[in-house]
Design a binder for this molecule. Sequence first.
Ligand SMILES: Nc1ncnc2c1ncn2[C@@H]1O[C@H](COP(=O)(O)OP(=O)(O)OP(=O)(O)O)[C@@H](O)[C@H]1O
Length: 289
Amino acid sequence: MEIEEKEKENLKNNANNINNNLNTSHDGELHSEREYCKKILDVKYNPYEGFHPATEKDDKGKKVFIDAKKICRIFGTDVKTKVLNDVNLKIYEKEFVMILGPSGCGKTTLMNILGLLDTPSSGKLYINNKLTSNMAESERAVFRRKIGGFIFQQFHLINTLTALQNVELPMVLDNLETETRTQRAMRLLNLVGLKGKEHNRPSQLSGGQQQRVAIARALSNKPKILFADEPTGNLDSVSGKQVMKLIKELHDQGITVIMVTHDSTLLKYATKVIKMKDGLIEELLQRDE
Ligand SMILES: Nc1ncnc2c1ncn2[C@@H]1O[C@H](COP(=O)(O)OP(=O)(O)OP(=O)(O)O)[C@@H](O)[C@H]1O
């Protein structure tokens, strides 16, 4: 009988403990069972939902844009560091590829190689079936100017030029007539929501506006592929969303996008995810059809 009473007491204590846990929390945010459950559900939110490990079946009928075979990148001469280690990867036309992984795992290095901003130490890289190591530097420059568009976390605008002049710059390098390039630059600035800011210099624009100038500049030569390295990394969440909306619209119009990010909430825009670790592709995921 005495044992039974003790057991009852224990059960009551347990019930009280559970109840207390439901009604209060260490961070003082949870005040009801419902909120508690919601918190648990949030914790279980899976940014990779809707993706599956990529298989050869996923590639059927798609046109290969970039084909990387056993790409290695070693930095340093005396002390050598292997930053990319036998990376194999195919990127197809019209994909929206996101590269994720811990800091220093080689994301930017890989993207710079795919965008011909850097060259691999070994391995073969094909763009549109063309072996890039056979390209002259002038041909690589044409790819960067005419086929690729680039957006960086730090915007990389020229501070002494206006927004309009920044957007016009690649077209100046391409010898386009003044009238044509000014008209196109005005149209692009309008497209990215910067009508009226054409004559502002970067210092007179917010971070989000500067990134939108950078997007307009990246689009000035009508690229087929957009390389974006942490494009929202320096932006507040509202500006970040505007920039992502623009990039999504470009993808919807048929531009292939390769983007490096730390932010797994952006995976909703991706059709393919490359998870990197220590210079290797740890996992390749494809959005469910
Ligand atoms: N030019 C270089 N010379 C020497 N080491 C370099 C060079 N560029 C990159 N590295 C090294 O290569 C590694 C990978 O760098 P990378 O910038 O590709 O990483 P990441 O995954 O993009 O990192 P983060 O997310 O922090 O930007 C780092 O250890 C970095 O220090």
